[in-house]
Design a protein around this ligand. Structure first.
Ligand code: ADP
Ligand code: ADP
Length: 244
């Protein structure tokens, strides 16, 4: 069953005198339960595509065309209101420096409550805390993290917290944009294992943006290769690794 279907998506940055065709003619689809690695060297358009799907760009200087159908709704044509309802709730994203999205002055629990209430204003504190503690366990963090401030944690712990936060509303699709890149190899390996494990429990689909093929090998079933804004190849991981 298809969850996301792109049809000729183009993303162009329009600056003073020049245009950058950052994504060209992207057409592919992802099935429910897939974990698609999107690889390519720096500047090939990976982040641009992720941001375009969630419409996180500056709308004035970014032109997006084509169709990106997510469960029957077009992410590109829907209104900003519809997008605000869907973003974080049905599609979540985790960035490389996830700690940047956390406030240094509030405990994690307080921030989780605020984030949760954006979509579920009626949820009780207790409900939210239970949900987050369940997610903290999935990413192998102790309960007490709920009461810590960001500066009391390591980068690896914060990245795990960000992954847990991105799962608060049980999104159907999660996008990792170099989300494990800044971590040491051991921590990265652990987090990838946990991600694969929790997906089984949560029935999720994932897009994994990375420049690192070993991340794809460890955590994806499909891979797409981007080069200069274009998708060169897309297929099952075994196939691409066997036919370099
Ligand atoms: P990747 O994620 O693969 O490193 P990006 O999507 O960040 O690639 O960048 C794709 C291309 O778009 C690059 O040529 C980059 O320089 C350009 N680019 C990215 N962001 C902007 C922007 N805000 N304005 C203009 N050009 C941009
Ligand atoms: P911002 O306030 O940064 O423009 P939004 O209004 O779209 O962002 O999102 C509401 C809040 O949720 C923001 O503080 C945002 O940083 C935070 N947030 C970040 N990542 C997630 C996530 N994965 N799930 C839910 N909320 C998130």
């Amino acid at each position: 069953e298809t969850i996301l279907k792109l049809d000729d998506v183009n993303v162009t940055y329009v600056n003073k005198e020049k245009e950058v065709y950052a994504v060209r003619n992207a057409s592919f689809s992802i099935e429910k339960g897939d974990s698609l690695g999107v690889v390519g060297e720096s500047g090939s358009g990976k982040s641009t595509l992720a941001n375009a799907l969630l419409r996180l760009h500056n709308e004035k200087s970014t032109l997006i065309s084509g169709a990106a159908e997510f469960e029957g709704k077009d992410l590109i044509k829907m209104t900003s209101k519809e997008m605000n309802e869907l973003r974080w709730k049905e599609i979540s994203v985790v960035f490389q420096k996830a700690m940047n999205a956390l406030s240094p002055v509030h405990r994690i629990g307080r921030q989780v409550e605020d984030i949760y209430h954006v979509h579920e204003p009626q949820a009780s504190r207790k409900e939210i805390e239970e949900r987050m503690i369940y997610l903290l366990k999935l990413v192998n963090l102790p309960e007490r993290v709920y009461r810590l401030y960001p500066h009391e944690m390591s980068g690896g712990m914060l990245q795990r917290v960000a992954i847990a936060i991105s799962l608060l509303h049980k999104p159907k699709l999660i996008i990792f944009d170099e989300a494990t890149t800044a971590l040491d190899v051991v921590t990265q390996g652990q987090i990838l294992q946990e991600v694969v494990q929790m997906e089984k429990e949560m029935d999720m689909t994932r897009i994994m943006i990375t420049h690192d093929m070993s991340v794809v090998a460890a955590s994806c079933n499909k891979v797409a290769v981007m080069y200069a804004g274009e998708f060169m190849e897309i297929g099952r991981v075994e196939y691409i690794f066997k036919n370099p």
